[in-house]
Design a protein around this ligand. Sequence first.
Ligand code: AMP
Ligand code: MG
Length: 483
Amino acid sequence: MNKINWNFENSYSELPNTFKQKINPVPVKNPQLVLYNSKLGSELNLNITKVSEEELSKLFSGNSLPDGSSSIAQAYAGHQFGHFTMLGDGRAVLIGEHLSKNNKRYDIQFKGSGKTAFSRNGDGRAALGPMLREYIISESMNSLKIPTTRSLAVVKTGENVIRETSLPGAILTRVASSHIRVGTFQYIAARENIDELNTLVDYTIDRHYPEIKNSNNQALDLLNHLIDKQCDLVVNWMRVGFIHGVMNTDNMTISGETIDYGPCAFLDTYDPKTVFSSIDKTGRYAYCNQPVITKWNLARFAECLVPLINKNKDESIKIATEAVNSFEIKYEKKWINMMREKLGLFGLDDKDKFLILDLLTWMHEKKADYTNTFCHLMNLGPTEDKLYNDIDFLNWKKRWENRLSKNKDSLEKSMKLMRKNNPLVIARNHKVEEVLRAAEQNDFNPINKFLEILEKPYDDQKNINDYQLPSSSSEKYQTFCGT
Ligand code: AMP
Ligand code: MG
């Protein structure tokens, strides 16, 4: 029965069998809905008012599948920490593509839904903590105005999963404009079947970039579009201090949405080399390396398109390489402009770069908190920190004020620009841990309160000091892959 208004169409599941495995979610023992995102539900035009909690739990666990669903696991490959591997949805299924009121198409995916043909040695399941973590951080990214997959619901399965210890199992309902990844292209390209590659390019353009449908070099245009999208995305990550943690090519979408919230975390103390993930031993996915890796991943995407860009392979490689190499200049320009906005600077001044870098160097040397330093410059945020009485900082601030005075626009406009670009609250690591611990003990009040605060990161909310202060612990924070 289609009880909550799902309006499914299943274009991806109609692609050739190579692209997917038809498979239903594996039922779970005792599903219990623990989080439902009613705002997102409304955006999707869903209506749950007449449906019991029990029925919703069945619906969001896959124990009962809605009408019109055609459930599949998608095939893809990917470079994981630089090594090419065949992957695919090993613990997720796409239950359908929902068309909302404005005919916008959304993938509805269950993560933690049981074994598929792509599970390899995994159990196909997910633990509650990591699914709640993805919910918190993806929704916080959305509120920060950063393209991302969304989280609609979390259901406890009533089953345990075995990791290092036995943990409560859960299923996350993930909503995305699609789940096509760089890794999807790598998987198809590795098969060296030009028809399949054309099918994927056509499908992707129809779905994400219809404006280039009639271009005379679709593959090249697709590459250039993705370069721009991913450049914007990583600049946004840098803006708020987001560290993805596992930027493998299977975790890079073609839509330009942030995906796969495993070991990600937000920067607190400013150190460009920050790595939180326990498995990232070499710092491949460190904060400052994210643009470099974005370009690396784009080069892998370009390789997939070589057979389509030009009939002559050498010429094709030359064109693709040029496109990928344009990334650095684009990034540098967008990054400087983003930092200008964080500092409320209008117009261009050759010296802006030094002003920006000198602030970052000071923050690094003094171990200043990234988010709170910008809050301080806006005279907002948590209680005053004596760190900002430092003479070097005060001298820098004079230079900044001097530059601000050269703005053609008013100080008020500068402040507005800063307020739009500098969050007052982020999902701080110790807070994330705190609310997850409570939820694992069945207390969902802290997570719900946290989610409410994270929904308005740019607002000057009352009584949120506790959420804005960095952790008082000096212990290094570590994250683990969300398996
Ligand atoms: P991720 O690190 O989440 O990007 O996952 C990488 C690959 O491992 C994907 O193909 C996942 O579907 C698969 N995977 C991760 N965890 C599990 C699991 N518990 N069972 C089966 N496959 C998994
Ligand atoms: Mg992944």
